[in-house]
Design a protein around this ligand. Structure first.
Ligand SMILES: Cc1cc2nc3c(=O)[nH]c(=O)nc-3n(C[C@H](O)[C@H](O)[C@H](O)COP(=O)(O)O)c2cc1C
Length: 329
């Protein structure tokens, strides 16, 4: 019997301020199979915050909650809440290098504390049945040797029980670089992720960083279990429209851009009636026509009109009418 295709084959990265629930709903219209991630949510926000940081739409499944934190008891509390709310997975952020995150002792700086990460994972796993996974880098600062990475992975696997890692294939500099620079300046080294899979074949290993096409994704999948795409999926979201067919053997017809826009309209109506703003939803759709004739007109019309008081779905219809017919069959 052939193996079922793993849901880890393709995922969209957690991206703060970008992969909110509106964005995930939009992405889900184009791909049913991709694993979607929330933005990172800190344990502090969930436990002490006033808002509901765990809200999501049932249509988003499969969806993973990414947590930021390093207190095992707090992480366990949040993981339990995540499972109760229906999330499909909990992921711990061991990759974000921002100062704010380091002050709270979580994110990439935790790579230097594999024991603590293991305790965090173990505490979460003890209270939930859904997978608990870790997203990390290949190193931090001068600690960027392959043995440093394997020590980290081995400890979190053996002492924490983690069997799924997503590896952002560049190290992070904890001082001196902004988070944005830390996504661009340290060199990508996919061979580290490939080597990990070869050395720990029992682990599920996905790679992340710099992947901009489904061709590149397929190349990585020859060596690894999964690929996580970040910025390209956000800036050029229509790339997602063929993910199910190309990576998950789906025979569903590929959704057109027009169908995507039309499918967003009832969602937007419903969200506006609950107090959301059009611009909070439409901002994620600005790249839908990326690289196509009319892309600039689409983007500009929405940018200039979506924030106006009383704006509704008609803004998207007018913007779409500005795109040439051959792009919008
Ligand atoms: C705007 C933005 C916000 C991000 N926020 C997070 C986050 O909350 N958690 C996290 O683990 N990584 C975060 N990242 C990093 C991405 O998950 C990913 O690791 C990185 O962008 C590299 O993948 P890419 O080259 O495919 O974009 C963020 C990236 C961007 C661009």
């Amino acid at each position: 019997m052939s193996q079922p295709i793993s849901r880890y084959r393709f995922s969209i990265a957690p991206m703060l301020d970008w992969t909110d629930r509106h964005c995930r709903y939009f992405h889900r219209l184009m791909t049913q199979q991709t694993l979607l991630f929330t933005e990172m949510v800190t344990t502090g926000a969930i436990i002490h915050g006033k808002g509901d940081y765990l809200a999501f739409n049932e249509a988003e499944h499969p969806v993973a909650l990414q947590l930021g934190g390093s207190n095992p008891a707090d992480l366990a509390t949040c993981a339990k809440l995540a499972q109760e709310r229906g999330y499909d997975e909990v992921n711990l952020n061991v990759g974000c290098p921002s100062d704010r995150v380091q002050n709270g002792k979580f994110g990439a700086c935790l790579m230097a504390e594999p024991q603590l990460v293991a305790e965090c994972v173990a505490a979460m796993k003890a209270v939930v049945d859904i997978p608990v996974t870790v997203k990390t880098r290949i190193g931090i600062d001068e600690q960027d040797s392959y043995p440093f990475l394997t020590d980290f992975i081995r400890t979190v696997k053996e002492q924490g029980g983690c069997d799924h890692f997503t590896i952002h294939a560049r190290k992070a500099w904890l001082q001196g670089l902004s988070p944005k620079e830390n996504r661009e300046i340290p060199e990508l080294d996919y061979s580290r992720a490939y080597q990990l899979k070869a050395d720990f074949p029992e682990l599920t290993i996905a790679v992340n960083g710099g992947v901009t096409s489904l061709e590149q994704t397929k190349e990585h999948l020859q060596y690894l279990d999964g690929v996580m795409m970040g910025r390209e999926a956000y800036q050029n979201p229509y790339i997602l429209a063929e993910v199910d067919q190309q990576l998950f053997a789906s025979d569903r017809p590929v959704i057109t851009r027009r169908q995507v826009v039309e499918a967003m309209l009832p969602y937007i109506e419903q969200q506006l009636s609950q107090g959301s703003y059009l611009s909070h939803i439409s901002r994620h759709m600005l790249g839908l026509y990326q690289n196509m004739p009319g892309a600039r007109q689409w983007r500009r019309y929405i940018s200039e009109n979506a924030h106006k008081a009383g704006s509704g779905p008609e803004v998207l219809l007018t913007a779409m009418a500005k795109v040439p017919d051959e792009v919008n069959p």
